[in-house]
Design a protein around this ligand. Structure first.
Ligand code: NAI
Ligand code: MG
Length: 362
């Protein structure tokens, strides 16, 4: 059975790392006998915007809606288009229209990547010792458009923005997180702030307790977001799955990859777990205008995102093999080329080819 995958390279280094992501996916397809059908689209980038006056064609929902997944590079080119226009006009539209209510970010300390953190006693963490999965609620919570301004420009000026939590919205992301914990090491941490945000956050905690009753095999704990960020830095090895509301998840999902090294390797997924709509897989990084056009971007974030896509499409063994190939290429002494962010002098395609090679050899 084949999978139809929409490929959107986007802007800047998105167009440079995407070919390496596809190279590794092709290698995975041939090793595991997968039928992946790619179709590439030229929208969601500044050259398209210059030609059409919009980031996307008007019928983009029909065009993309029939795919099994969207494999995305990066969007944004501030020199040409303000970020709120380019991102709101493309990526954020996808997340909303396709109800991608889970934002997933694994953060794992890889071999051969200089760990930015050490233990309190000064010893470094070993590869794999930091290995967490951030599950962010992606459609409601603090990022609602309910609110407004009054008395603008006067002494009585007042602004309000409401947090929205629905039972449906909270429960579905919690259920997803508990399922992930069950597949992994059986631990789930919930981010809260019920001591200060005294209506919505106690509700979140209440739904966590209710869901926990259905997962007696998962060990649950919760921390207020302030001390949780401190624990990420001081004890990152104690976390497995971490689930959080939209705002807290946004913060944690940047912090967690920062705890494990270069942004160039971090992957992410925006999921509609029920598969009513396509899910989207993209590196955490953006279009990196400062290094774009030089062929030196690290392709691992794109490649690892492709692995997440195969996992979601039901090919766990292909996912695991790609992650092992990335680790093999990164391992000290592997002889594989390294891009400048990893301390080497190699190009994007050199590293991509080495990972595809390791995957075929695996
Ligand atoms: P960025 O992630 O593009 O770059 C931040 C820094 O990390 C830069 O110094 C860059 O050179 C470096 N970097 C990023 N990816 C790398 C890679 N693969 N290999 C080596 N080094 C890498 O973030 P920035 O500069 O804040 O944003 C640039 C543009 O990208 C903006 O238009 C922004 O809105 C957009 N953006 C888009 C995202 C998306 O498409 N999901 C996510 C983040 C930013
Ligand atoms: Mg963010």
């Amino acid at each position: 059975l084949g999978h139809r995958i929409a490929v959107i390279p986007g802007d800047g280094i998105g167009t440079e790392v995407m070919p390496e992501g596809l190279r590794v996916l092709e290698a995975a397809a041939s090793r595991f006998g997968l039928d992946l059908r790619f179709e590439t689209f030229d929208f969601a980038c500044w050259p398209y915007y210059e030609r059409h006056g919009a980031m996307l064609p008007p019928d983009w929902q029909d065009i993309l809606g029939g795919f099994d997944a969207i494999y995305f590079g990066a969007v944004g080119w501030p020199e040409k288009i303000p970020d709120h226009v380019s991102l709101w006009g493309s990526l954020l539209q996808f997340r909303r229209a396709f109800d991608q209510y889970v934002n997933l970010r694994p953060a794992r300390l890889m071999p051969g990547v200089r760990a930015p953190l050490v233990r309190a006693d000064g010893t470094p963490y070993a590869p794999g010792e930091i290995d967490m999965l951030i599950v962010r609620e992606n459609t409601e919570g603090e990022y609602s458009s309910i609110g407004g301004r009054m008395f603008e420009g006067t002494e009585r000026e007042l602004v309000v923005q409401e947090t929205v939590m629905t039972r449906h919205g909270v429960d579905r992301v919690l259920r997803f997180a508990f399922e992930q914990a069950r597949r992994r090491r059986g631990r789930l941490t919930s981010a809260t702030k019920s001591n200060g945000i005294a209506i919505t956050m106690p509700y979140w905690d209440e739904r966590v307790r209710a869901m926990a009753a259905a997962y007696p095999d998962v060990a649950v704990d919760q921390y207020h977001i302030d001390i949780l960020t401190a624990h990420f830095v001081q004890r990152p090895d104690r976390f497995d799955v971490v689930v959080a509301s939209n705002l807290f998840g946004d913060i944690l999902s940047d912090l967690a990859p920062a705890c494990t090294g270069t942004i160039g390797i971090a992957p992410s997924a925006n999921l509609n777990p029920e598969r009513r709509f396509p899910s989207l897989f993209e590196p955490v990084h953006g279009s990196a205008p400062d290094i774009a056009g030089r062929g030196i971007a690290n392709p691992i974030g794109q490649i690892w995102s492709g692995a997440l896509m195969l996992d979601f499409l039901g090919h766990r063994e292909a996912h695991d093999a790609i992650v092992r190939a990335i680790e093999a290429a990164l391992a000290p002494g592997s002889g594989a080329p390294r891009t400048p962010d990893l301390g080497g002098r190699a190009g994007t395609a050199d590293l991509g080819r080495a990972i595809a090679e390791a995957l075929r050899a695996g």
